[in-house]
Write a protein that binds this ligand. Sequence first.
Ligand code: AMP
Length: 624
Amino acid sequence: MPGIPLISHSDALTYGFEELARNGNVVQAELLEQILVQNADADYLKEHKLNGCTDLETFKARLPLITYADIEGYIQKIADGDQSPVLCQKPVDMFFLSSGTAKGRTKLIPAHYDFFLNTIRLFQLSGAFRGRHFPLSSNAKVMDIVYCGKQTMTKGGILTGTGTTNYFRSEAFKLKQQSTKMFNSSPNEVIFSSSLPQATYCHLLFALLAADDIAVISSTFVYTIVEAFRFLEKTWSILADCIESGTLPEWITDHAIQTVASKQLTQDHPDRDRGTLAAKIRLECSRGFQGIIPRLWRNTSYVLSIMTGTMLSYCEAMRFYAGPGLALVCGDYGASESWMGINIDPLSSPHNTIFTIVPDLAYFEFIPLERRKFSKIQEINGPVVPPSSLFTEVAAPVSMADVRVGQEYEIAITTSSGLYRYRVGDVVRICGFYHDLPQFVFVCRRDVQLSIHIDKNGETELAVVMERSAAVLHGTGVGVAEYTAHADVSFRPGHYVVFVELDVDVDVDVDLDVPHVRKGNQGSSKVAQEKRDDFERVLQECCDCMDGAFVEPGYVVSRAAKTIGPLELCVVERGTFRKLAESALDKGATLNQYKTPRCIAAPHLLAILRAGMVRSFYSGVRRE
Ligand code: AMP
């Protein structure tokens, strides 16, 4: 109609968010009231004597802040088939298995189908913000490196799977592709395959066959994309042969995949096109893998994945494959319990990504935290404080309207699916507001820590240590593929162990391939031995550097007082961290949700790491 400006669907979405942002505090208050009215008859609220009250003061006074352990009994009742409103009025539609990798324990999070509707809405919304800077053609294809685990039923018949598994197997997944007009290049047969290598191979195969249509490369957590490209480094010549011949390798045995992949190869792509594509793959891959994405997928606009938090450590590898020019856009912030924040600035780098609270997803509270400090006496006398938390709570939780810029908080949420004042366990730092909505950076998981006694280091400190030691390794051309740490108190004095998997095999590649240590004639065993000795010296230096890079006062004084022993650098053989992941997957996690735990205590995981050990170094006498 003349005179009325047309606004696009994307504009409407971002306009809708603008409205939410301007009224964020009102939206929060209304949401809390709605949850408490709707669930007034739930056993949990009755037992806490809420008596139908919906005001914030009573809510805070009568309901405690809780963790999963506090409601495990209620959840078990629901899982066993109790039909009464245990935690919430509306029957629980499904359970999400929270990866629980930080503590090695899996949680059952009650959920309603509405979670998926929120997922679609959030994807559309953040897609609209990305679209302002990276417009995509409609029907763009996404190389989405995702995997789907198994679903089971609880005793009471409630469907259980990880959030992503339940989502991929739901109608919502189809709906999301249609509503965002972005379609996965891999068919469901690939996503649903129970074989990770076969699924990864086919994700690559389908994305190569649709190379010119791929606009986005994505995954839930960036670790999975990096793994897929490491896999490409090993399998590119097989992929090229497969594409050229139109025949799948023999080890693709998953029947469903065989059928769709063979059809795609032979019926949908003529021989001539496949020959050209195979030649291109051989040419580009033989030139190396730096910047391989834009060389093989020339129309890619950006890589989209969660790259914040522990995922930051994969960004360098991601940048390597993406090349310098391709945007790395951070995915939104959420958990099995609820979505929480959205990235409205897709141009920000992973190191600077901030999230904006979405106020109608859950009722948010913020628990003010301070990093634990130690008195001089505690520092000198050694073991006083039991290993608890890096952070202490310094004040009562506040609502969204009362957060302060610069302050760190743990987030607690109240949801319509029966979580009340539930600690998510994540620490965030407020860095500003978008109208009413707090904006924050993700800091770390609150409970992940290394501690022998008074020392307190978390995944953030460990990430800094790893960055420093990577610089020592840098000159060798060798990189750290994976890492984790453990506070070993099995003998006195306790000490930190940093487990590292390198991107070379120390016993094979170091003889052949490491530029910095390459000397003279290859082949002579004396030279090989010299090169190995050189490399071991670098690793020793790396170990010393790690020890020195832990600058947290508790650690520094304890090392000086010898109440913490020398740091141990434990180099494990390639593939060891994959075994860690497999062990989590066996327990019900999926690769989409998997995050390498940065501090490990579980004996079965330590056993895997120790079994993979190929070299061990202890830090020198610098602090002794
Ligand atoms: P899960 O419930 O297993 O899906 O894991 C959720 C957890 O993943 C959150 O509590 C965070 O610790 C982490 N996480 C999710 N999204 C992000 C993000 N955008 N940045 C950093 N960490 C995230």
